[in-house]
Design a binder for this molecule. Sequence first.
Ligand code: GAP
Length: 560
Amino acid sequence: MQDQLQPFLDKGNGDSRNFAPDMAEPKQTDRMEKIVSLCKRRGFIFQSSEIYGGINGFWDYGPLGAELKRNVKEKWWRSMTQDREDVVGLEASIIMHPKIWEASGHTSTFSDPMVDCLLTKKRFRADQIEPQSGTVYKYTGATIKTTGTTVNKPFEALLQKGDHPDRARKVARQFYAQGNAEIPLDQIDLLGEETTPVENSTRYNPENGSLLTDPRPFNLMFKTYVGPIESEDSVAYLRPETAQAIFVQFKNVLDSSRQKVPFGICQIGKAFRNEINPRNYTFRSREFEQMELEFFIKSDEAAAKTPATASNNPGTQANWGWEQWHKYWVDERVKWYESIGLDRNTLDFYWQKKEELAHYAKATVDILYKFPFGTQELEGIAARGNFDLSQHQQFSGKSMEYFDEETKERFVPHVIEPSAGVDRLILALICNAFAEEEVTDEKGNKETRVVMRFHPRIAPVKVGVFPLLKNKPELVKKAMEVRDLLRPHMNVFYDEAGAIGRRYRRQDEAGTPYGITIDFDTLGEKPELKDTVTLRDRDSMKQERMPISELLAFLLSKIR
Ligand code: GAP
């Protein structure tokens, strides 16, 4: 899927070595700007290396973001493996044998077509250049009058309709000055000017009209060297996906876990891609996390020979073919998204067309989320045949066959792969949670309340605990007791600073679903209310009284 918008970033220093966020992007949506600003202000997401001007495509998660991310990964892990009989986990290294990437096809084909601006050297993804129309100004070379030298090099620049021709000439003169700021542009005579009209061309830099290079494949894998010698023999790559480790450990996991096909191996971990245009805030990053499952199944032919018995996991059948397993996993994944607060109506689905599918893939459906900047991919669920295991069998010379005890047959298992991005999901959850609403405070004044409506299961902080007044030791003592009662079971935030209304608002912005206030009734001012507290619901802002003894069970029922 291609995303259409630009990075939503704080200002960088414009460093042209691609370390800084891109400054030349058009207007961002208001909602995204507010979300980005809240994420920084409240400590969800920070730009990586911000004090040095940032580094494009890299992000850090602050205290609330780190909790949110941890909760999401924990829920995924639990639903994918701990709650199931037929999936086990793996935690593999990031740097692996480089042959793996040859076998998987990443060394030869994991690339984007890339073009460079001849003037600024800025790099673009060729398939992301908007078609432009206008007049092309072509030159055969230029003479530098101050030095009397002639450069015989063709160059062209596109003049957009309505622009003055001197604009194209200025771009050409800058090109022939070759970055030498000492040469005054009026001392450059352009040679052999010719003009040609052009329609819908993607050969020119949309920012300045300069000609671009022809598209060249740009491999997205980050390269490094293993050991003390930097040579071709020591090249290794930071993994661009977590999936391949699962394939290469298939046999070890199978032998050690005593699983039977159909079964799956899942993994959560970092992946790295040297994306040409990181964009849309954290949506397309250069370092990100994936949550991937490789679910190994029988080929349709092998499945057809299998009796229709239940597989290791209730509701599924050992003799299902790839279509049933694929559909099953799409349904499972949608149910999971719903369980963490992304309603079905916030999602969309894209079935890749035949011509878009990888040659070995039978079907791929993308689960999309309706981001403020467009409907974009969260997760891809692919039926990948037995391509990956077969490739590793061929490249490693080690058998990847599975022996089926029931049918006494050997085969290389096929695979269904639900592959999700953690960071994209976090961004979706943040966008989904963000709400602004007008409310009336205790004094009758209207104000705007910013509230992050995270599902309690994934909310970074589950409950805020507040003594009504901080200068009343009995209230503080009781509030601390309540905090200590809940803390072993969930993330609790204790806050005694400021008016109670402001403390609620702070937790609304953090997305804390519940607030507990310890007041004088808790201490027994009204004897019938002794040892009860007020429990505030973040979304309705309603408060009810609840005995302290019931708090833990109530909160656990909401966050599990
Ligand atoms: N093993 C299959 C695979 O890696 P993919 O569609 O390239 O498939 C899977 O990636 C998921 O990883 C995507 O749906 C997305 O959520 C996430 N992802 C991929 N590239 C990303 C990037 N540059 N930044 C953030 N997330 C990314």
